[in-house]
Design a protein. Sequence first.
Length: 368
Amino acid sequence: MSNSSLLILPGDGIGVEVMEEVRKVIEWFGVNRDLKFDVSEDLVGGAAYDAHGTPLTDATMEKAQQVDAVLLGAVGGPAYDNLDFSLKPERGLLKIRKEMDLFANLRPAQCFDALADFSSLKKDIVSGLDIMIVRELTSGTYFGEPRGITIENNERVGVNTMRYTESEIERVAKAAFELAKRRGNKLCSMEKANVLEVGVLWREVVEEVHQSEYPDVELSHMYADNGAMQLVRQPKQFDVILTDNLFGDLLSDCAAMLTGSLGMLPSASLGSLMENGRPKAMYEPVHGSAPDIMGQGKANPSACILSFAMALRYSFDEGEEATRLENAIQSVLASGIRTPDLMQKDGDAPVTTTQMGDAVIKALNETI
């Protein structure tokens, strides 16, 4: 039986540094758990622009289409701020999402016990938090046409279009319901049906999917602005949240900070099933390229490592091994080891990116 294939795209800034630690973890699983991967690597974002004049080459896009999963670090940086919009590093990431049709973005927000005091909310509100936001990723405001900046009546006018088809809503709703079945059997769909026709259609389609295919899953609806308030008021009332591209972008970042640090949050972007029965997939940390700390050994690799754990679970059907890796990170944090982003004022000296990765490997060794 051939090995599963994985394309690594480190990207820019700290993406390169955190991906080095993920490589250690991938190698560990190959040696110690007989989980071997055929790993290839390429450029995306600013790194691709510097080398090829484009944030994503056709050849790299073709590689991404062929592998079982893509693992991405981060893209962007101030050096590319003045580029034409079509050449900005982020366009490479958006192109992968669109070309691979990765319509379901899974953003977990889990508060590790050792970090409950680090959240900006009270410990009793966030301790034990474990929610999943499912964000539609390939349509809506970020992709709708018409779009652009034009001149009307001698002044500039900016236009973006929020557009969803019934089938686009239906497929991401099904993905969210399936996830809810495997978790707490509870789903909350968020939109703005009170002011947006798109929201009205969203609610209607989600209800139809619920009644026809998932009547046993508890379904509720909430306006997205109230959802943002409830996330910081009583986040543990939620299990799986389903929402569109724009609101999902905002709500998932809001939920992210409940956990204390963006450096701890992974994500998965899933598409339709391939011939081998696996979904097309890309995994990436939620954090950005953080050029302000690049090259200083301050980056937290945990989110990128946890993104690989999500790949083990959702692309390679290795749920037990994913849990092994997640527990290893939990163990490292419980021992007091911290990168600078997780430091309290009275804490011990922080560890470097490399030392954090080494600590995870040590914790993994203790599980066998």
